[in-house]
Design a protein around this ligand. Structure first.
Ligand SMILES: [Zn+2]
Length: 296
């Protein structure tokens, strides 16, 4: 979840949907200020953002208040609302990890951040997390799928078991230039609702049918959803999709369990480069997995 609204309304809705289907999942929370309003100003820097906002009718999804946080309205701290909600996520048997501290800042500025600045983002997120849960997080999913050599080194030093920072096809050890990160990466492998909705007339039903067809193909997949969307205006479509998945025999796993399984045989995990690339329906670039190059 990226925003205060995602935390207070989206997460409880998702907990209800997942519990009713007996599914355990991985949640990643951004715990710093909700600066979502600042994302509006990306339009000036990233071609395609306004187009995406209009296509998705972002104000009707996120609400005008969220869009103004960090600009005309002061940025609220997500961690205050999270104190009631995150323990419920854990208690329900889901994995809980970090989705950064200041989501907008990491998304927009990571490529230019120093090691000290990245460390500070992680330190603040861990401090908020430990204040609520009582122990630090051991997994991380990067805001906006932004990863660099520096961020991976900082996450490894922060004691993460794995991260889910990129878009790709299978788990790997990321290579930046000649340097291979020792931190396992489990990439998101499927497109997201916000990317495809409205693109070439794609409806929520079209989107979830596409995802189901990919899940039925047999390879393990990582699907990323947003509490703001699948726990918000699209929750009925999402609940229906999960029902269809279960009817077709799709099984679910938490990323940390997959990580533990993979790390029993680290030599079987391939290395792959990471590059900044575009994806259909997404503004700007994301960190993407290159072609797997053989074993670590
Ligand atoms: Zn996010």
């Amino acid at each position: 979840m990226d925003t205060l609204g995602g935390m207070t309304e989206g997460v409880p809705a998702l907990l209800h949907i997942l519990a009713s289907r007996g599914i355990r999942a991985s949640f990643f929370a951004a715990l710093g200020p909700d600066n979502s309003g600042r994302a509006v100003f990306r339009v000036f820097r990233q071609q395609g953002f306004l187009d995406k906002m209009l296509r998705n009718r972002a104000p009707s999804i996120y609400g005008w208040r969220t869009m103004l946080y960090g600009t005309l309205l002061p940025a609220p701290r997500i961690s205050e609302a999270a104190a009631d909600i995150l323990p419920r996520v854990k208690a329900a048997g889901h994995e809980l990890g970090l989705h950064g501290f200041d989501h907008v800042r990491w998304h927009d500025r990571l490529l230019f951040m120093t090691r000290e600045q990245v460390d500070e983002q992680i330190r603040q997120a861990q401090s908020a997390y430990a204040g609520i849960i009582g122990a630090p997080a051991t997994s991380f999913a990067a805001p906006g799928w932004q990863a660099t050599r520096t961020s991976r080194a900082a996450l490894a030093a922060a004691g993460m078991l794995y991260a889910s920072d990129t878009r790709g096809t299978q788990p790997f050890f990321p290579r930046f230039g000649s340097e291979v990160s020792p931190l396992l990466e489990i990439p998101t492998t499927l497109p997201t609702l916000d990317e495809l909705l409205g693109l070439n007339g794609c409806t929520p039903e079209d989107f979830f049918s596409l995802i189901l067809s990919r899940l039925e193909a047999g390879q393990p997949q990582v699907f990323t959803l947003h509490a703001e969307l699948e726990g918000g205006p699209f929750k009925e479509a999402f609940a229906g999709f999960l029902g269809r998945c279960l009817d077709r025999g799709v099984t679910f796993f938490r990323l940390k369990n997959r990580a533990q399984e993979l790390l029993e045989k680290p030599r079987d995990i391939p290395v792959a480069s990471v590059y900044q690339g575009r994806l259909p329906g997404r503004a700007g670039t994301v960190s993407r997995q290159g072609t797997p190059e053989g074993r670590a």
